[in-house]
Design a protein around this ligand. Structure first.
Ligand code: GTP
Ligand code: ZN
Ligand code: ZN
Ligand code: ZN
Length: 304
């Protein structure tokens, strides 16, 4: 569950490899399906899924028991939830680093072009990029089907009512995807500019996409998402002649909330500007961290 928007019920999260028939809604069955005996591998983590926030008071608590006010309870629930998530994210990060795997958490509002960009990237880079994808959506395997069509391994995570991926979901996705050492994992988060910003997954870098049809004011309205970004991609540049979107104003607003973010302007549909995205992806292999030194001018030049 998400204490930011009050959504969710993590017991309904489903992880699916799409192999076989599996559209059963039972999350336990799907987990068995993912870990099917045809694809054995050791469980890399030492913990089990738990629901620390999900307990109710029993009817028999003692007379000295004191109920905090509802507001206090919400805040401590959120702190506990995020603290637990950060711990699991740190384990994911260690697990990924230990295998030299790069994981990119791709976030945006619904429809900004995450899947389109990933499909095109996998098709353009072909065998030069060993990559798999973990797809997060509330429902359906439509996005995973699109990745599968370009012949790459993909795992679908359906969050049900949940509006974001968390570190435990990524861990389960990684168990199922079983990415090879030195490979790349793209994580397509649930389309949402709010809640995914709060949940560290243990990823190598956070990539935020904003499309020109959404308006150039998004960095100010959703500052947490843009503060968290390592790279911001402005997508759908092919539509710039038809919409009222000022790229320079948007970049300035990104800079105001996050001076270290890099940014690129691309069209995942026409391919414009994608060279810079591929260079960025390549750069993260040779650099130990993500470079945060690019100036506004450099990035603007790179994008064209
Ligand atoms: N004109 C134009 N359309 C694009 C571009 N990128 C994506 N689209 C279109 O935008 C729509 C949404 O794209 P998706 O890739 O499904 O977006 P998404 O972010 O994965 O969406 P969710 O998974 O639902 O959050 C589709 O109709 C795409 O064809 C682009 O660069 N230019
Ligand atoms: Zn949520
Ligand atoms: Zn939420
Ligand atoms: Zn998508």
């Amino acid at each position: 569950m998400c204490t930011t928007c009050g959504c969710g019920d993590e017991a309904n999260t489903r992880v699916s490899s799409l192999e076989g028939t599996g559209h059963t809604p039972e999350h336990e069955q799907l987990r068995l399906h993912v870990n099917d005996p045809g694809h054995p591998h050791p469980h890399p983590h030492d913990h089990e899924h738990s629901h620390p926030h999900d307990h109710d008071h029993g009817p028999d608590h003692g007379p000295g028991h004191h109920h905090p006010s509802p507001n206090t309870e919400t805040i401590s629930l959120e702190q506990n939830l995020l603290a637990k998530n950060d711990l699991l994210a740190a384990r994911n990060r260690g697990w990924l680093e230990g295998r030299g795997i790069r994981a990119f958490n791709v976030m945006s509002s619904p429809g900004a072009g995450k899947t389109t960009l990933l499909v095109r990237t996998l098709a353009d880079l072909g065998e030069s990029l060993r990559a798999g994808v973990i797809e997060g959506d509330q429902e359906t395997s439509l996005d995973a089907d699109r990745i599968r069509a370009v012949g790459r391994p993909v795992i679908q995570i359906n969050t049900g009512a949940g509006c974001h991926l968390d570190a435990d979901m990524l861990r389960r996705g990684l168990d199922a995807l079983d990415p090879g050492p030195g490979s790349t994992v793209f994580i397509e988060n649930v389309g949402n500019l709010v809640c995914p910003a709060l949940f560290d997954l243990g990823e190598t870098a956070k990539v935020v996409i904003v499309s020109v049809t959404e308006g150039d004011d998004k960095p100010q309205k959703y500052p947490h998402m843009f503060m968290a970004a390592d790279l911001v991609i402005i997508n759908k540049s092919d539509l710039l002649p038809y919409v009222d979107f000022d790229v320079d104003a948007c970049l300035r607003r990104i800079r105001q909330v996050n001076p270290r973010a890099e940014f690129l302007t691309v069209s995942a549909a026409t391919g414009e500007g994608l060279r810079a995205w591929y260079d960025w992806l390549g750069g993260t292999t040779s650099r130990s961290g993500i470079s945060r030194s690019d100036s506004l001018t450099d990035s603007l030049t790179d994008a064209h």
